[in-house]
Design a protein around this ligand. Structure first.
Ligand SMILES: *Cc1c(COP(=O)(O)O)cnc(C)c1O
Length: 375
């Protein structure tokens, strides 16, 4: 086995870790736990789940929201609910997290790994329509991904879904701050490392109420209004304890967002003066995320990694070498991936957490500046 820098966290205990999530404290959650004690209702669409869903729905102005166990199951369920033909292809960018492909496989589909647009790092609907003509088999579904939480034109995917009749599920796992609702189901992760973290969980937003009902059925043994399993299904529900953390996390969201924004604007300020480095469009201005991914000049990745690691700075190539390099996915069909390869060679995750000191940000940026200009 060859070891690649993206295979593992190179230094398991850096001085400045790449992520250091902070979720609601025990005191923040306690009032909600007492409610659960009083209700004696622990899962199955309990009152805390209903309130959490309604609060999320109102916040992002979606027609319907359902909370589930995690985004990997959520993506699988969002695909399954649209009933794409078993064994058909699910077009998705190779430039994403492993969960996107696992979800398609869980839904009985075969990931077809395609390239992304260099500016947005996304599969765009126009490119997807073009790719459909060159498909290596029958395409049943498409999974667009919002890279590192960056914004996506959901209305265009809505139109694509209408025009093609294909199943479409948006991997919006990191996009709590940027999601704009449409009829296409969008799956937002509530994992501890995401912007709105509750530990494990996700929500799916869509303006299509019948589709959300179908997803709920798929997440609850195929039961709708009776205890008859109407179709293949699984258990993907979020417990009342998860919803309790979620309600406390939503209360704290203005503070959490402001803290991530401080970090993002800090990086933007320092990195703006270094030529050759780039941050995603609008990051720290129009949107935030729980990760910071900087674009390095081509050919500077290795020496930048070494310089940061030597200084005790945690780094992460969040999406490694692309899906096509994972042993679990390397046999899946793929289109040419030149942009993905460019992103693999240039995109680096830097420390990002709500109380990351300003001093650490300026130090990281000056190390980066020296490393990229050393070439
Ligand atoms: C975090 C993430 C997931 C997985 O979310 P879970 O809730 O942990 O299952 C999927 N896709 C992307 C792009 C992610 O960043």
């Amino acid at each position: 086995m060859t070891s690649k820098l993206w295979d593992a966290d190179p230094d398991p205990a850096p001085d400045v870790p790449v992520a250091r999530p902070r979720l609601p404290t025990a005191d923040d959650i306690l009032p909600y736990l007492r409610e659960i004690d009083a209700n004696r209702w622990y899962s199955n669409n309990g009152s805390l789940n209903q309130r959490f869903q309604e609060a999320l729905r109102a916040r992002i102005a979606a027609g319907h929201v359902v909370c589930l166990a995690n985004a990997t199951l959520g993506l699988a369920l969002a695909l399954m609910a649209q009933k794409p033909a078993k064994g058909s292809l699910c077009m998705m960018p190779s430039w994403t997290f492993a969960a996107s492909a696992h979800a398609a496989v869980l839904a009985g589909l075969v990931p077809w790994l395609v390239d992304v647009d260099p500016n947005t790092q996304q599969l765009l609907p126009e490119a997807a329509a073009e790719l459909l003509r060159q498909a290596p088999g029958k395409v049943g579904a498409v999974m667009p991904v919002m890279p590192f939480g960056g914004p996506l034109g959901a209305a265009n995917w809505d139109r694509f879904k209408g025009d093609t009749g294909l199943a479409v599920a948006i991997d919006a796992a990191a996009a709590f701050d940027t999601l704009t609702p449409s009829r296409v189901p969008a799956v937002v992760s509530l994992h501890a490392t995401k912007a709105l973290g509750i530990g494990e969980g996700c929500f799916i937003a869509s303006d299509d109420g019948a589709l959300i009902d179908e997803i709920m059925k798929g997440a609850n043994f195929g039961f709708a209004n009776s205890r008859e399993a109407a179709a293949p299904a699984l258990n993907g529900k979020l417990s009342e304890y998860g919803a309790a953390v979620g309600l406390a996390a939503l209360e704290a969201w203005p503070h959490t967002r402001a803290a991530y924004r401080r970090v993002a604007t800090g990086y933007r300020r320092w990195l703006g003066s270094i030529s050759g480095l780039s941050l995603p469009d609008g990051f720290g201005e129009r949107w935030i995320s729980s990760t910071v991914t900087v674009g390095l000049p081509i050919g500077s990745m290795d020496r930048t990694l070494t310089a940061l690691m030597d200084a005790g700075i945690g780094v992460r190539r969040w999406w490694g070498g692309g899906l096509h390099r994972h042993a679990a996915f390397e046999h899946f069909p793929r289109a040419p991936l030149p942009v993905t390869e460019m992103l693999v060679a240039t995109q680096l995750g830097l420390p990002c957490w709500t109380d990351l000191p300003d001093e650490a940000i300026s130090r990281i940026c000056s190390i980066l500046g020296e490393a990229v200009t050393a070439g």
